[in-house]
Design a binder for this molecule. Structure first.
Ligand code: HMG
Ligand code: MG
Length: 289
């Protein structure tokens, strides 16, 4: 395969822990990020500066950001839904921030309490501040093929939001199969439409594993030319506003899948297994409590 390197964005500490019923102690979140920092990722999504009323699991975002040991090579990313979140992210020295829009109106309302158009106005304010501070901004789009409230989502809706986010200055768009109902057919059709308008090197795949089809979805995305994917250590997580959705593709699964295809990732599977053991011990502890 040409371009035989894929970059993995580890989103477990954010996408994974945001959806856990029990609250994980800040020191354990910090330990997890530190273990992940040894594995070879170039980007780790650490937490979110969102309303603690909406996502209480990540209310300790500042504590976690100030507690982690940073490797100069790694970008420590956080989610910011508005200027308030951005200001806190900046104070916490986030290396980059992510704004998160949706291709479905109902999901947008449920997730961030506003329409898609309103969200883009809010994100515009984040972009303006980030531009001044020279903080890179990644853009997420949720529900790229399927919405938990509206069902099937049209590729043209994804393409429209992606174009607007890139025009605003996002350096990359992460395409979220939020429900995990995507198939190689629906993901492939969506990508064909988006790639007509947007260069493939600006796109990443963020696929949830509800129906255990993420590796097939990554495979078709590789065929279409994508070389960046999000994954979650141990496959933990989901979105609190996408009921029933499972976590992202498990990091070790996607790394093995790519290495088997002779595609490099830079990820050290032995070090990853230490982080994985720690995640398992966290959930064993919590289910025993
Ligand atoms: P709202 O209630 O409309 O906000 O929520 P508001 O501006 O009216 O403010 C209400 C209260 O929230 C105020 O506090 C604000 O100060 C506070 P009060 O006066 O009531 O005490 N507030 C904040 N506090 C801390 N940090 C902030 C912040 N903003 C306002 N940044 C809001 C709107 C966007 C804040 C809310 O809906 C929210 O936080 N939503 C986040 C939901 C979320 O995190 N979802 C999961 C992440 S997205 C995801 O998982 C999908 C993804 O993985 C891709 C995929 O899989 O598809 C990315
Ligand atoms: Mg997600």
């Amino acid at each position: 395969m040409r371009n035989d390197h894929v970059s993995i964005v580890e989103v477990g500490p954010r996408d994974g822990l945001q959806n856990e019923k029990t609250i994980i102690a800040s020191e354990d979140k910090i330990k997890l990020v530190n273990l992940l920092s040894d594995c070879g990722f170039d980007t780790i999504e650490v937490t979110s500066f969102v309303s603690p009323k909406w996502v209480p699991q990540l209310a300790d975002a500042s504590v976690v950001m100030s507690g982690i040991s940073r490797h100069p090579r790694i970008s420590y990313a956080v989610l910011t839904p508005n200027l308030k979140g951005y200001t806190q992210a900046k104070e916490s020295n986030a290396s980059e921030v992510a704004i998160f829009a949706a291709a479905s109106e109902t999901f947008s309302q449920n997730n961030i309490n506003c329409s898609i158009d309103e969200s883009l106005v809010r994100f515009g304010r984040v972009m303006d501040a980030a531009r001044v501070d020279q903080v890179p901004v990644r853009g997420y789009i949720s529900c790229v093929v399927d919405c938990p409230y509206e069902g099937k989502v049209l590729p043209s809706a994804v393409c429209s939001v992606a174009t607007r986010l890139l025009d605003m200055g996002c350096y990359e768009i992460s395409l979220g199969d939020t429900t995990g109902n995507g198939t190689p057919q629906s993901i492939g059709t969506m990508l064909d439409c988006v790639i007509e308008h947007i260069s493939v090197d600006k796109l990443a795949g963020h696929y949830h594993d509800t129906n255990h089809r993420t590796l097939e979805n990554i495979d078709i995305s590789l065929e279409k030319g994508l070389r960046r994917f999000d994954s979650s250590i141990g496959g933990i997580g989901g979105c609190p506003y996408a009921p029933g959705a499972r976590g992202n593709v498990a990091t070790s699964d996607v790394v093995r899948f790519l290495h088997d295809k002779n595609i490099s990732t830079g990820i050290d599977l032995d070090k990853l297994s230490l982080a994985l053991q720690f995640v398992h011990s966290l959930f064993e502890q919590n289910s025993a409590n």
